[in-house]
Design a protein around this ligand. Structure first.
Ligand SMILES: Nc1ncnc2c1ncn2[C@@H]1O[C@H](COP(=O)(O)OP(=O)(O)OP(=O)(O)O)[C@@H](O)[C@H]1O
Ligand SMILES: [Mg+2]
Length: 240
């Protein structure tokens, strides 16, 4: 498949008695690849393995065909956004973004570029504790993007958001998708999966399997939302 930039192959991760296996995950750029699975199915484990935060892993992780599995976290160039933003709360948004740029020895002008791109210029002087949950999640994404990642991994980014804030998140992800980097997003939310996925993987019994490599909203347009959700719940593959 052309244009793939993040690939995970023959991955096995052991965490205590839990084992996660993924034979092949392909995350193309300009697309959102969604990983769906219930609580405890291994979504976070897989993302942590990709960024280099898990020990005891087998398999290959590659960016643009270049193996990164042996590199430490800071050398992998993968942005990671956890479910709850971990921003410095007693400072401004600008401080948080500038801090991320300094960490990577990047020019402050890149902060302005990202702020413009994600439409957050009006938030830069705000104190973090005055942000809504949706705004904070947006800033967490911006902060990861300031590090100039070659791929972005998001772990249940909508977990603590109401519907209005989810819409803000979806718009942000749409902007992110145009940045020529692959996005891998883990969720247990069927609406996220339907709304966001260009490519969808499921975790079943510790194994990651491809469910659809097409936009699910196209397929829900054919089926109707209720049937589409029910198909996802009952694990029936989508229409071809
Ligand atoms: N430090 C650990 N040691 C041993 N087992 C662990 C550890 N952390 C998680 N696990 C186990 O690994 C499995 C996968 O956990 P993981 O956090 O990856 O799931 P998840 O799909 O992200 O769940 P959630 O939706 O609740 O975030 C679970 O069965 C969990 O009990
Ligand atoms: Mg998790």
């Amino acid at each position: 498949m052309a244009g793939i930039t993040l690939t995970i192959t023959d991955l096995i991760v052991r965490r205590g008695s839990f084992t996660l296996a993924a034979k092949s995950i392909e995350c193309p750029r300009f697309k959102i690849t969604v990983l769906i699975g219930p609580n405890g199915s291994g979504k976070t484990t897989l993302l942590r393995a990709a960024i280099g935060a898990e020990r005891n892993i087998q398999g290959q992780i590659a960016l643009d065909g270049v193996e990164i599995s042996r590199l430490p976290i800071e050398k992998r160039s993968i942005g990671y956004v956890p479910p709850k933003p971990t921003l410095f709360s007693n400072t401004t948004v600008l401080f948080n973004l500038t801090w991320a740029a300094r960490l990577r020895h990047l020019n402050k002008s890149y902060v302005e570029e990202v702020a413009h791109l994600l439409n957050i210029e009006h938030l830069l002087e705000k104190r973090v504790e005055h942000l809504s949950s949706g705004q904070a999640q947006k800033i967490a994404i911006a902060r990861a993007l300031v590090g100039r990642p070659k791929a972005m991994l998001l772990d249940e980014p909508s977990a603590f958001l109401d519907h209005d804030n989810k819409m803000i998140l979806y718009q942000t992800l749409d902007l992110l998708k145009r940045q020529n980097i692959p996005i891998l997003l883990a969720t247990n939310d069927l609406i996220d999966a339907l709304h966001l996925s260009d490519r969808l993987y499921r975790i079943e019994g510790g194994e990651v399997k491809l469910y659809s490599d097409d936009r699910l909203d196209r397929f829900s347009g054919q089926l109707g939302l209720r049937e589409a959700l029910s198909s996802l719940l009952t694990k029936q593959p989508p229409l071809s």
